[in-house]
Design a protein around this ligand. Sequence first.
Ligand code: GLU
Ligand code: MG
Length: 433
Amino acid sequence: MTPPFTMICTSDFSGLRRGKGVPTAEFDRRCTTGIGWTPTNVQITCFDTISDSPYGALGDLVLRPDPETRVEAPLPDGRVLAFALGDILDLDGSPWECCTRGVLKAAVASFEAETGLRLKVSFEHEFMFDGAATTAGFSLAGFAERLDYIAALSTALAAAGIAPDSFLREYGPNQMEVTLPPTDPLRAADQAAVLRDLARTVARAMGERVSFAPLLAPDIVGNGVHVHLSLWDVEGHPVSHDPAGPGGLSDRAGAFVAGMLRHADALCALTAPSVISCLRLVPHRWSASFNNLGKQDREASVRICPVSAADPQTRARQFNFEYRAADAAASPHLALAGLILAGLAGMGDGLVAPQPTEDDISLWGGDRLEAAGLKRLPGSLEEALKALEGDAALGEGLPARLPAIYAAHKRGEIAHVEAMAPDARFAAYAAVY
Ligand code: GLU
Ligand code: MG
């Protein structure tokens, strides 16, 4: 049964969806008129505090739903959750400077206009159930334990037009992973947002809780978000692969990857943006810890993924590279916009991809790392924010005031957890993500 209200949501700086419900019967009209929205809402942190805002109590905006994103998701307790994602616009209808979806659309438009190419993107998410773990990583028992959940989440996702590529009992305690199939960037980010909310909502409807927080405790593996990217021409031919290129990357894909690596520090502010995110980005957590390109290396910032087909055409279509220094504290829209702008900057500057590393570079000495241009990712959110604020090339692709407003948002979040003991910090993030 169609629910009486549909929520119109923005995917915000805190990586959460916020918005307002409208009568479902009015939804079509709202797709034209939108609903009122407040600029300072963008400074509401994941902890519901409000960071310094340049807007104060002033100003008005419009949150306009995109009808293609409307979902009526049946929940396992019989309720139906209806919502849609939308764009925040100024009152004259132009995209608002801090709308993450608008920022992603603009980044994609620049990429397509400047390169003549298209991107395909897929998000891979890890998350953990609450409670003591009773099953082993990758085990059939662990999969069987969650059969009802997997079925219920699949049903909810299907209502959103999302068909996961895979579902697994990941290695960490009570950890699951869902991988989504590749699609265009806006749809991929929308689907990443929808997946997180449905995964949490379905769990609650079953009396369970799941968390996508980057790290739930200091001594266990983290919950990563891995973003797979590939380049295509307008006729739909893959152009990322060249068997002779570094790690099999074509010149254009290599330049894109080199751009992501050059901007790695600033990107972390957008892709791994909680105070605890940097604790996941350390060696031997199978996440990412250096600004390196790795071949089939699950600790590289950018990993060249394996291809399994024998014939060259299928290999080229399978070929993709994976950005691993992301987590679900990030807005998927803003994180992906950052990756695309960094890649585009690399292509614009004709950068060349480094030879991929193929061993444990955390064991390399300082001189060897320096000679290879390798260094650790930022050790704190503040360090990443400073890199973002100082990154002129990345900033060029973003609305002029966004880096400063975003940094102020994040500094409010830092201040909120600063005095907490480590355990309280982990618990606080586990509760909101
Ligand atoms: N849990 C790891 C992370 O934090 C990823 C493990 C894997 O799937 O390779 O990114
Ligand atoms: Mg995984």
